[in-house]
Ligand binder design. Structure first.
Ligand code: DNO
Length: 357
């Protein structure tokens, strides 16, 4: 595995490349051009400048998270081909500078969803949390505004104000899109970009739906082992892969996390490794990465990645807010640095155990 940290760019992130460089074992960043709206082409010169900036700090770009997919593609509107052509141009520009891993999602309207961005834990740290009852009792517009009001003034990934200002219109546009239609639209998109990905050797890594069930009545299609395998089979080529996200699949306690990894050898291109603590059904909070702090066995997750030959980028995922840090919810420096060290420690032990006589 190649350890990385997500970094939003110097204009948007409270964490600097120099700080990331000081975390032992972190080889690079997972980054993005955060201010380019979904559907627009990423200009080559901006990608080159981003690459130069990252490399000047001694780090590499290990992947992009995310090149977001325009709603027209997810809905399957008549103008989707125009947005697919733009997406292809972005992939070509990324390919030209040697960026070979792209994370994206196919969630309608909302990306990842949490009902509390700063739930206080007994030790004074705060974490992201989810309670299905809150979602069941709120309309999507109010929910969107509440989420933005409580995000410390940061625009959060997947919650772009411009797009979500039109929440009502978006819901109307998705009214005819059920699970099957969304799935077909994903496959149409993947087939359309396949040639470009193969030409530039770009690995597409779809991010699972978070939480792993429909929210606000919108369909969700990347929620379990069976569902991701269906996508892998429908476009059965190595470029079409998964971002294995422990925290997203793990929102559903029925998902066997190491089992999902073991079912997809060669098709996991990127991994988000983190932990959650489950309470009753549909209620959870994010935890420290350590197995003992949450409901997942991080040792078994890292072991499954190792044993299936995974050698792509890994990142610690949402961290707790600790030591007085103020940052985008989930994306401070301190707890993610602890997470990176912990995952690297597990990995070292697993490799030594497997290879020492
Ligand atoms: C949340 C992230 C997601 C993820 C996208 C991928 O913190 O894991 O926003 O980046 O779903 O497109």
């Amino acid at each position: 595995m190649k350890m990385s940290l997500r970094w939003y760019g110097s204009k948007f992130d409270t964490v600097t490349l120099q700080q990331i460089k000081q975390i032992p074992g972190v080889e690079g960043v997972i980054t993005t051009l955060y201010d380019i709206p979904a559907g627009e082409v990423w200009p080559l010169d901006k990608i080159q400048a981003l690459k130069a900036e990252v490399e000047a700090s001694g780090l590499k770009i290990l992947g992009i998270e995310s090149v977001n997919v325009h709603d027209a593609i997810k809905i399957g509107t008549p103008d989707r081909d125009k947005y697919i052509a733009n997406y292809i141009e972005t992939l070509e520009n990324l390919g030209k500078v040697g960026i070979d891993t792209v994370c994206y999602n196919f969630m309608p309207v909302f990306d990842w969803t949490r009902t509390d961005l700063a739930k206080m834990r007994p030790d004074g740290s705060t974490v992201l949390a989810y309670d299905q009852k809150v979602v069941d009792n709120i309309d999507p517009e109010t929910f969107f505004n509440q989420t933005n009001d409580s995000s410390n003034g940061f625009a959060m990934p997947g919650w772009e104000p411009e797009r979500l200002a039109k929440v009502k219109d978006l819901f109307a546009a998705y009214s005819e899109v059920d699970e099957d239609k969304l799935f077909d639209n994903l496959i149409y998109f993947l087939k359309a970009i396949q040639g470009t990905c193969e030409k530039y050797d770009i690995k597409m890594a779809i991010h699972p739906d978070d939480p792993a069930w429909p929210v606000f009545g919108l369909p969700r299609i990347i929620t379990s082992k069976e569902k991701i395998l269906k996508v892998m089979k429908a476009v059965d080529a190595p470029f079409n892969g998964l971002t294995f996200c422990a925290g997203s699949f793990g929102t559903n306690p029925k998902n066997d996390l190491p089992g999902i990894i073991r079912a997809l050898p060669g098709r996991i291109h990127f991994a988000h490794v983190r932990n959650l603590h489950h309470f009753e059904s549909g209620v959870f909070e994010e935890a420290a990465h350590l197995s003992s702090d949450g409901s997942f066995d991080l040792y078994e997750i890292v072991k499954a990645l190792y044993e299936t030959g995974f050698d792509g980028p890994v990142r610690p995922d949402h961290g707790r807010m600790i030591w007085g840090e103020v940052a985008m919810p989930g994306y401070g420096l301190y707890d993610r640095a602890l997470g990176a060290s912990y995952i690297l420690g597990l990995n070292e032990a697993i490799i030594k155990n497997a290879t020492r006589k």
